[in-house]
Design a binder for this molecule. Structure first.
Ligand SMILES: Cc1cc2nc3c(=O)[nH]c(=O)nc-3n(C[C@H](O)[C@H](O)[C@H](O)COP(=O)(O)OP(=O)(O)OC[C@H]3O[C@@H](n4cnc5c(N)ncnc54)[C@H](O)[C@@H]3O)c2cc1C
Length: 286
């Protein structure tokens, strides 16, 4: 077997899982959700948990639902749950159905979870980008009780979050977009299914020819996805034209702190930020 030896625990409830995590976290106990990031990391011995606490045995955590004006995504909601846009989720559901096709490959999407993606906090997580654009709140459970964290306070670097080690992300609350919102998504990766080199998700309101509200999110460029206020400011009150979109793209390129790696220098990623924003905005008004 490739992973280091580990124990396996089947919790009887979320509270039981939280109690077990609190007990074992100092020794290296970890939550297992879809296993699509954790298990490969264990096989590579980048992760070597002492114990896996398997949420998959718990019922009723797999189906997203509407609660007032928010879409609630419980801990075991698989990526694939968003393949088909549920009419009840309106524009938000249609946007997520577009985004989900870019996450890995079909079999991975059947197991990987929305909340697992947020907990894992890869800079190229499509769901972390979506959560930022929608202004999500994350609901955490531990033996100390529950708390909610706004998405803006969640990622504090690449693969790093403000989650305490003994906390379980039990659900993500996504405020629904209004039915007049237009959305656009553009992702560039080396091959279909690869992690994004850069991606933009935008949500805008247009009255007549004028943009009245704008959210512009970037992912895969910096060490965590986020909204780019400078790009949004260039859009609001302006006509929805390619010129305006180019100004928003320039504003984003001026402020991003792009990551670099062996094959993708930061300058390339900064350029990409402008390209994906322009294309996502064009898609939104098409
Ligand atoms: C080939 C390949 C390609 C991929 N491409 C993409 C891609 O393009 N985009 C993308 O976003 N992802 C991609 N992924 C990752 C995939 O989306 C994972 O499913 C996701 O990152 C993690 O979700 P999971 O449910 O599988 O979590 P797991 O692998 O089970 O867990 C990941 C981490 O999060 C913790 N965790 C999980 N759930 C919780 C919770 N509820 N509370 C607290 N901690 C928790 C675990 O302890 C672990 O540390 C890819 C994976 C593979 C193998």
């Amino acid at each position: 077997m490739k992973p280091a030896p580990f124990a396996y625990y089947r919790p009887t409830s979320l509270e039981d899982a939280a109690a077990r995590l609190a007990e074992g976290v100092d020794d290296g106990a970890m939550i297992l959700a879809g296993g699509q990031s954790l298990v490969p990391m264990m096989a590579l011995r980048v992760a070597y948990p002492s114990e896996l606490i398997d949420l998959n045995v718990l019922p009723d955590l797999g189906t997203p639902f509407i609660d007032g004006t928010a879409l609630v995504v419980p801990a075991l909601t698989r990526h694939a749950s968003f393949h088909k846009a549920d009419p009840a989720f309106g524009v938000t559901g249609r946007m997520m159905a577009e985004v989900v096709r870019h996450i890995a490959h079909y079999p991975i999407r059947q197991r990987g979870t929305f909340c697992g993606s947020l907990a894992h906090a890869d800079p190229s997580s499509e769901w972390a980008l979506t959560a930022n654009v929608l202004g999500a709140e994350l609901e955490l459970l531990s033996t100390r009780g529950t708390r909610r964290v706004p998405i803006a306070d969640w990622c504090d670097g690449a693969m790093s979050t403000t989650r305490e080690p003994d906390e379980i992300l039990v659900a993500t609350h996504l405020p629904l977009l209004s039915e007049t919102t237009r959305t656009g998504f553009c992702e560039i990766s080396r091959r279909a299914g690869d992690f994004a080199l850069g991606m933009a998700l935008v949500a805008i309101e247009v009255q007549g020819d004028t943009i009245t509200a704008a959210r512009v999110g970037l992912g895969g460029i910096e060490d965590a996805p986020r909204r780019i206020a400078e790009a949004e400011a260039e859009l609001i009150g302006q006509p929805a034209t390619p010129d305006t979109f180019a100004k928003a793209a320039d504003a984003a390129m001026a402020v991003v702190e792009a990551m670099g790696d062996a094959t993708t220098p930061p300058e390339y990623r900064r350029d990409l930020a402008g390209t994906v924003i322009r294309r996502a905005l064009a898609q939104a008004i098409a």
